[in-house]
Design a binder for this molecule. Structure first.
Ligand SMILES: *Cc1c(COP(=O)(O)O)cnc(C)c1O
Length: 406
């Protein structure tokens, strides 16, 4: 992989017509270690956030020894780069053949359920393979309520009374049991974890069983851009959120329980930026070589403010407009699909033109993991970049929360 000091150096040297992922392994390692230092338990990276082999390998180098996996392809990806790492199979709804593969083929011994039929599948596989249930830890996923940018409790999780029954049934079969939850991605309310811990405490007390683990899931917020035209949302820093989580864990009496967290976004968001090229400027529209079917679907949902930096093409000798004036541009994606338009405008210097590049920061989470081959476009060029996105000059622009009239 080619190495550059900055994404701008990469753009000006490669003059790429295709999108370029700028990977910053040092940022990834630093963000990983900082999370691990602050979380008083096992850190299991959520592979779905970004399952690139170079990411998994760098995480293993940074000291991550456990991975939250959800599918056979994720089992294989982790095993390939970190053969010693532990895998936690935390998807609550699984094919029976995948459960078998996890237990038999990969030696996975930690698994999550949220329904009695999932327990039935698990028991069938455990009997068929003649595994001692005492060698597994089965986490019951409970529903939580809270405010996250992406809510998941509507989809997964057992209600409190049902969770109690599941724990008791599993325990009668000889499985050590734990409680897990996942509050959704990018929490917006610092009370979210405390409310989930309160539910976990209720379930634990009713079940009347010793817990082999408590898994607090992911959801830890990553830093994104900020629209200067808007009030900055009141959100404590990650340090404050983690301090509060530690305090809540002890207040709710979970200090003695082995703890697990499944961070994704918070670990990997800052580790990548994306350099895109302006294929065409048409008035206040920019047609770029990426879009919602490639790396920008997480931003397309309209919920995240991405920081952006303008990389003017030095080959363009004459420009119109004021380079110091930021104006909103509607950003159209590369495919022929009419929905492939970002829901938010990008604020960029008025001088942006056909042929220029834009570096979009903090796109490590849920970007390349969600890219498709739609219309034959599949960005897959990676370079390594030494300087963090936030170092040096401030980003010029950002994707605003305001919607834009055409
Ligand atoms: C997606 C997911 C995570 C990671 O969530 P982030 O918000 O990216 O930290 C963790 N646990 C489970 C079960 C998930 O589905």
């Amino acid at each position: 992989m080619q190495v550059f000091d900055t994404a701008k150096d990469a753009a000006l040297s490669l003059r790429p017509d295709e999108p370029v992922y700028c990977f910053r392994p040092d940022v990834l390692k630093a963000d990983t270690r900082s999370f691990m230092k602050q979380f008083p338990g096992k850190t299991a990276y959520a592979v779905k956030t970004n399952g690139e082999p170079l990411v998994l390998k760098t995480l293993a180098e940074a000291g991550v020894q456990a991975f939250d996996v959800a599918s056979p392809a994720e089992f294989a990806a982790v095993r390939a780069v970190a053969p010693e790492a532990e895998m936690l199979y935390m998807h609550p709804v699984k094919a029976q053949s995948d459960i078998r593969l996890a237990l038999e083929g990969y030696g996975i011994r930690v698994i999550a359920v949220d329904h009695e039929d999932e327990v039935t599948k698990l028991i069938r596989v455990v009997r068929a393979l003649d595994i001692d249930p005492g060698a597994l830890t089965v986490f019951v996923r409970i529903q939580t309520k809270g405010h996250a940018t992406y809510e998941l409790s509507k989809k997964f999780g057992a209600g409190p009374a049902q969770a109690v029954e599941l724990l008791q049934r599993l325990s009668r079969h000889g499985f050590p049991v734990g409680i897990c939850f996942h509050v959704g991605s990018q929490i917006q309310d610092p009370d979210t974890y405390e409310r989930a811990l309160a539910s976990a405490d209720w379930v634990r007390n009713r079940a009347g069983l010793p817990l082999a683990g408590l898994d607090v899931g992911g959801g830890f917020p990553a830093e994104y851009g900020h629209d200067p035209n808007r009030k900055k949302p009141e959100m404590p820093s990650l340090d404050e959120i983690m301090a509060r989580l530690r305090q809540d864990i002890s207040e709710w009496g979970f200090e003695e329980t082995p703890l697990v967290a499944e961070p994704g976004r918070v670990i990997v968001a800052r580790a990548f930026s994306l350099v895109v090229r302006v294929l065409l400027r048409k008035g206040r529209r920019l047609y770029i070589n990426d879009g919602i079917w490639a790396s920008l679907s997480d931003s397309w949902t309209g919920k995240i403010t991405l920081p952006a930096r303008f990389i003017p093409d030095p080959a363009i000798r004459s420009r119109n407009g004021d380079p110091d004036k930021l104006v909103p541009f509607r950003v159209c994606g590369a495919t022929c699909d009419s929905v492939d338009i970002l829901s938010r405008p990008f604020w960029l210097p008025e001088t942006v033109d056909t042929g220029d590049w834009i570096e979009i920061g903090h796109i490590g989470a849920y970007s390349m993991a969600l890219r498709t081959r739609f219309n034959g476009f599949y960005p897959d060029l990676f370079v390594e970049v030494k300087t963090p996105f936030d170092a040096g000059e401030a980003p010029d622009g950002f994707a605003s929360l305001e919607t834009m009239a055409d």
